[in-house]
Structures are given as structure tokens and as C-alpha cells.
Design a protein around this ligand. Structure first.
Ligand SMILES: *Cc1c(COP(=O)(O)O)cnc(C)c1O
Length: 338
């Protein structure tokens, strides 16, 4: 049942999600291109109606439900962007949904989900101190209510949905040499890297995570699933663990990612700051880790010299509180190199 999705599944997902998720632009970044001495493009998933790419996976999963399953509805557990995406799709299609959030989810993200509840069959439940507690609660709730549980990353339909963004990158820029992918549970990296390599095996695929508690990065390094302490981070969309019964994303990230990297909190802030100042782009921390990696990688300094002539950086989401954004915008920050 739990087979790894293939390029065909990603192509089918693309047709299925049309009308719910949009095709986003791949925009050249003159400032990063100049700085890195190669062509750098930004994939603007912030333009999705929910502000993040997670809409792709949620739309693909829900559109694959049978009419009876759709009537019964769906349950999701998420640090915000996945929950928001599921809420949006359920509201659009008029099906019931319960979004379970942990007490750690920042208020701005809780509001981001609640906005879809008015006049729809979508409800929010705050349960559990962190995601590792909320997850079993949500799975149990789905079971009790006869609803379908939508995992935030470890499901073939979710992975295939996220992978659709890679098809768009390769169409917009077939010359692409390197794809930089924000990495948490690995649904995005699994789908995007698999589809990219299936079309063009020479592309270098790089997963980027926050420095503290990078579950996938540490698990790939250790060769087994590593439990992490959930540390607070500017990249709150990337925190959270990978459960020991992971079925797909660890194996797929191992197979399709060439490397994983981490960026520290100063570097993430520098990425968000650069996005605002030089790209006029609002990015949450998790959406800015790719730019953060690019900024610390000086040409001639090793890392970036392996990236080739054309680099696409996935800018995955913009769901950041206004107060934090203003703080970052006002910081007199020159870019941290580390
Ligand atoms: C979920 C998320 C990611 C990471 O996706 P995974 O599939 O969990 O690896 C990256 N950026 C943002 C903004 C996200 O919401």
C-alpha cells in the first residue's frame, strides 16, 4: 500500500491539484546572482493562496479520496502550514476537517488556520505540548470519527503533490544545475528531489534545515531515525521530529538528496532580512533557509562552486508574525558569514 511515489504520480498530481494550488513563478534574483557569480532563481511558493507549498500535497491527497471518504472528512496535525492548507482545501471543496495543533504553534499560525473555519465544516483543536504528542491524538481522533488522517509529510499522495513544484522549476529553467530545498519531515524534499532526478539526474539536490533539532539531517547522517529535542527556531515550520515508524520520506531523502546542510539562527535571520531588503519578499524562517545557505556560501569559498551555473532556491512559505518581521526588517544587519 505504502509505495514510494514515482514521476508518473507527480505528473498525475499536477493535473489533480490544478484549480486549488497555483503554478508559482521562478523569478531570477539579480542580487543573489551577482553575489554568488551564477544565475540564481527563487521559486515563489509564498504566492500560493495559503502562503506555502503545502497546499500541493493537501490538494492531491484530498482530491484522491472516494466520495464517501470525502463526505466523512479529514484530520490533520501540523505546525501551521499543513493545517492551513488542509483547512483551505476542505473549505474550498466543502468537506469536514479537524485541524489539530500543538500548544507550541505560534498564535499567528493558529489564526492562519482559524480564518478558514467561519461558515465551513472546518474546526481547530489545540492538543498536546508538542507535535510528538499531537500526532497520536490526531490519528486516534480520525479513527474514532471515521475520517481520513492526512500526514504532513509521510504519505505517497502528499509527497507526489509536493513534487509538482519540481516539474514547474524544470519547465521554467531546464538548464537548472542545483535545487536547494528547505527540509523538515522531508515530504517536499522526497517529492521534489525524486521528480527532479527522474527528469534530469545531473541536478544537485540539497536539503537545508535549522541547526538545532534537524531530525532528517541527523537521521540521514546516523543511518537510522534519530529522536531530537524540539528546540525553538525562527524556522518554526521546520521543527518537529520524525517518528520511528517513518515509511517513505527517510528512504526517499536518502535516495534522492545529494547532501543536507544546516543554517544557524543568525543565518536564517540574515536570509529573511535579505529577502525583505533585496527581493521585496516576505519569508518565514523555514522559507528562508535556502537563501540563508546561499548567503553564507561565498564564491571561491568551496560549497557554492559545486552548484553549477543555474541554481533554484525554493522559497517555501511566508507565514510569519508581523511583529517578528518588523524586528527582522529593522535589524541593522550585514549578512552573517559562517
Ligand atoms: C513544511 C515546510 C517545510 C518542510 O517541508 P517537509 O516536507 O516537512 O520537509 C519547509 N518550509 C515551509 C515553509 C514549510 O511549511
Amino acid at each position: 500500500m505504502m509505495q514510494q511515489p514515482t514521476l508518473d504520480d507527480v505528473r498525475a498530481a499536477r493535473r489533480r491539484i490544478a484549480g486549488l494550488a497555483i503554478e508559482t513563478p521562478l523569478r531570477p534574483s539579480p542580487s543573489l546572482s551577482k553575489r554568488l557569480g551564477r544565475r540564481v532563481f527563487l521559486k515563489l511558493e509564498t504566492m500560493q493562496p495559503t502562503g506555502a507549498f503545502k497546499l500541493r500535497g493537501a490538494a492531491n491527497f484530498i482530491r484522491r479520496l472516494s466520495p464517501e471518504q470525502a463526505r466523512a472528512g479529514v484530520v490533520a496535525q501540523s505546525s501551521g502550514n499543513h493545517g492551513r492548507a488542509v483547512a483551505y482545501v476542505a473549505a474550498e471543496l466543502g468537506i469536514p476537517a479537524v485541524i489539530c495543533l500543538s500548544a507550541q504553534v505560534p498564535p499567528s499560525k493558529v489564526e492562519g488556520v482559524r480564518q478558514f473555519c467561519d461558515g465551513t465544516a472546518v474546526e481547530v483543536m489545540i492538543e498536546g505540548a508538542d507535535e510528538m504528542e499531537t500526532l497520536p491524538f490526531a490519528i486516534d481522533l480520525a479513527e474514532r470519527r471515521g475520517m481520513s488522517f492526512i500526514h504532513p509529510f509521510d504519505h505517497p499522495d502528499v509527497i507526489a503533490g509536493q513534487g509538482t513544484l519540481a516539474l514547474e522549476v524544470l519547465e521554467a529553467c531546464p538548464e537548472i544545475d542545483t535545487l536547494v530545498i528547505p527540509l523538515s519531515g522531508g515530504g517536499l524534499a522526497a517529492g521534489a528531489a525524486m521528480a527532479t532526478k527522474a527528469i534530469k539526474p545531473s541536478v544537485r539536490t540539497i536539503g537545508v534545515s535549522q541547526a538545532e533539532g534537524a531530525a532528517m539531517h541527523l537521521s540521514l547522517q546516523a543511518g537510522k531515525i534519530v529522536a531530537v529535542e524540539e528546540a525553538p527556531s525562527l524556522a518554526d515550520a521546520l521543527t518537529g521530529g520524525i517518528s520511528a515508524d517513518n515509511r517513505l520520506t527517510v528512504a526517499m531523502c536518502k535516495a534522492w538528496l545529494d547532501e543536507t546542510r544546516t543554517v544557524d539562527e543568525d543565518q536564517i535571520a540574515a536570509g529573511m532580512h535579505h529577502a525583505l531588503r533585496s527581493e521585496r519578499l516576505v519569508l518565514e524562517g523555514g522559507g528562508a533557509v535556502g537563501i540563508a545557505l546561499a548567503l553564507r556560501s561565498e564564491p571561491g569559498g568551496g560549497e557554492v562552486d559545486r552548484w553549477g551555473k543555474n541554481v533554484a532556491i525554493l522559497c517555501t512559505g511566508d507565514n510569519v508574525g508581523l511583529d517578528r518581521l518588523i524586528e527582522i526588517a529593522q535589524a541593522e544587519r550585514t549578512v552573517t558569514i559562517g
